[in-house]
Ligand binder design. Structure first.
Ligand code: FAD
Length: 320
């Protein structure tokens, strides 16, 4: 019996979410008194794989076929399931990001395993196997029991943190038949979004709402984001109005993010908005209305006009 984690890479590099996943899985394996294996798919340099040892991995299985450098969720799920069976894993852990969300349900079906998504903590108990997760847009916590022998978990970002370890990593090629019939999508061209921080991965997010009054007023938001190396985001009405693209919309019906710093400018803080940002480590709100609900969830609040406060923040950060 063991625990396996699938660590996704991006063009051969791991991100913090992969390190957090390895940290979580190591802690889980320790609690179960078992060993853990990390699976990597696609070409990743040995030095990069060895970085996983800093977070507790001592064994990495890799499937380094270049055909797998681009994510194909069906083929990846097939390999994750086969690797889990090969090492006799009882718990299969993935990150709760786009790839994890696409792969985990397929792995769960293949292994006839119960799945709980967006878990935030180590299991509450092991017999029975019970995990805790947020429900009802973050308004409550639910305890979910998995009754199947095998269990699939996806781990919410920024909830667990990073372990400090210095494990020597044994890297082993996992020999598996790659089922090319599962490559249902062929990527013909990839366009890199240069100079743009991707919202779902961003450590810092500058977000704005209807308080900006018009799409022409977004320059102060973009300038602050640029100075901070942040991604930009917005409330739903802003994207519904077409002031900003839908890819920036956060909340219950948009992206759920967990940056280290979330700056909310001219956003009221409706419950549906907060559902998408409440896991941020630090929330700073700027609003003219001292009674705005966003101040109820903010760590720091500035009562003031966005058109006055945002440029002053930008100037202060630029000079710091
Ligand atoms: P408003 O509510 O209009 O708030 C604007 C704020 O700006 C106010 O607090 C005001 O005091 C302040 N303000 C005005 N002028 C200034 C100024 N010059 N300087 C500083 N502050 C100023 N919303 C989401 O965001 N994401 C979702 O995913 C989402 N999903 C939803 C799902 C459902 C089923 C429903 C019913 C609603 C959903 N909503 C969602 C909408 C949500 O209920 C709110 O209507 C929305 O979040 C409000 O957006 P806002 O804060 O930008 O605008």
């Amino acid at each position: 019996m063991s625990v396996i984690a699938f660590a996704k890479n991006w063009n051969g590099k791991f991100k913090n979410s992969s390190f957090e996943l390895v940290s979580y899985t190591k802690a889980l394996a320790n609690q179960l008194n078992t060993n853990m294996v990390v699976l990597s798919i696609g070409e990743v340099a040995e030095e990069e794989l060895k970085l996983l040892g800093n977070y507790g991995a001592d064994k990495v299985l890799t499937v380094s076929d270049p055909q797998l450098n681009t994510l194909t969720s069906r083929a990846y799920a097939d390999i994750v399931a086969k690797a889990a069976e090969s090492v006799g894993a009882e718990v299969i852990v993935l990150s709760d990001n786009n790839s994890g969300k696409a792969i985990a349900p397929r792995v769960s079906v293949k292994l006839k395993a119960g799945l709980v998504a967006a878990v935030q903590e180590l299991p509450v108990s092991f017999e029975p196997f019970v995990v805790k997760k947020r429900v009802f847009s973050g308004k409550a916590f639910g305890h979910v029991q998995i009754k199947s022998d095998k269990k699939v978990l996806t781990i919410a970002k920024n909830c667990f943190g990073l372990l400090e370890a210095s494990c020597v990593v044994a890297i082993e090629e996992f020999a598996v038949d790659i089922d090319t019939s599962l490559f249902k999508v062929k990527i013909v061209e990839e366009e890199e979004q240069k100079d743009k921080v991707i919202l779902s991965d961003a450590d810092v997010v500058v977000s704005a709402g209807r308080g900006m009054r018009s799409p022409e007023n977004w320059a102060p938001v973009e300038e602050l984001a640029e100075v901070l190396g942040a991604a930009t985001a917005c409330s739903r009405p802003v994207s519904d109005e077409g002031w900003r693209g839908h890819e920036e919309h956060v909340g219950q019906t948009g992206k759920v993010i967990a940056p280290n710093l979330y700056i909310a400018a001219g956003i009221s803080g409706a419950i549906q908005h907060v559902a998408g940002i409440s896991r941020s480590k630090c929330i700073v709100a700027i609003n003219t209305d001292p009674e705005a609900p966003i101040f109820g969830v903010a760590d720091y609040g500035i009562v003031g006009d966005v058109m006055d406060v945002l440029p002053r923040l930008t100037e202060a950060f630029r000079n710091s």
